[in-house]
Ligand binder design. Structure first.
Ligand SMILES: [Zn+2]
Ligand SMILES: [Zn+2]
Length: 169
């Protein structure tokens, strides 16, 4: 249909440097999660920048003209992945589309242990990649009024050990 505008779609972009940020870029697209076995270091509760690969806390859902497939290719390049196939990227794009589907443009989003949440989410209870969590309000949101709180909770190994999922050895 020739009247159809170029397709726009949603993606996570860096929102700001609030609370904690190692990234100095502005408006950069986020990278998808790459959580390791050390979620307390930040990989379990921060979001990485696709330009400098450093982390920040708050992402905003924005519209972009860049297709997900292209964002996936750029991310693979930024991560230095040499063996990624077009099929891997297509699967990544499909997974991202599903994740993004839950959000509206303008939502401020944070990451925790395998899942993305709007920062004002309440009664957050779920089993993440590493641990089982239960929060009235997310520590990311509480940290907006009490900056150290985020690290005091999610930056502590003990928090994660105490809540480790039983199916993780
Ligand atoms: Zn880590
Ligand atoms: Zn950056």
């Amino acid at each position: 249909m020739f009247w159809r505008k170029k397709k726009k779609q949603k993606f996570f972009f860096k929102a700001n440097d609030d609370v904690l940020s190692f990234c100095q870029c502005e408006n950069a697209p986020a990278m998808s999660e790459a959580q390791l076995d050390c979620p307390w270091c930040g990989c379990g509760w921060m979001i990485a920048c696709s330009k400098c690969t450093k982390s920040f806390v708050f992402a905003e859902v924005r519209e972009t003209d860049i297709p997900l497939i292209e964002l996936g290719r750029r991310e693979a390049a930024a991560r230095g992945l040499k063996t990624v196939t077009e099929r891997d990227i297509a699967e990544w794009a499909e997974g991202m589309a599903e994740t993004l589907d839950k959000f509206e443009v303008g939502d401020i989003v944070v990451y925790l242990d395998g899942a993305y949440w709007t920062v004002d989410s309440t009664d957050v209870q779920f089993d993440g990649y590493y641990a089982s969590h239960k929060f009235d309000r997310l520590p990311h949101a509480e940290a907006l009024d009490d900056q150290p709180r985020l690290r005091q909770i999610l930056g502590e190994k003990q928090y994660w050990f105490d809540r480790k999922r039983p199916d993780r050895e």
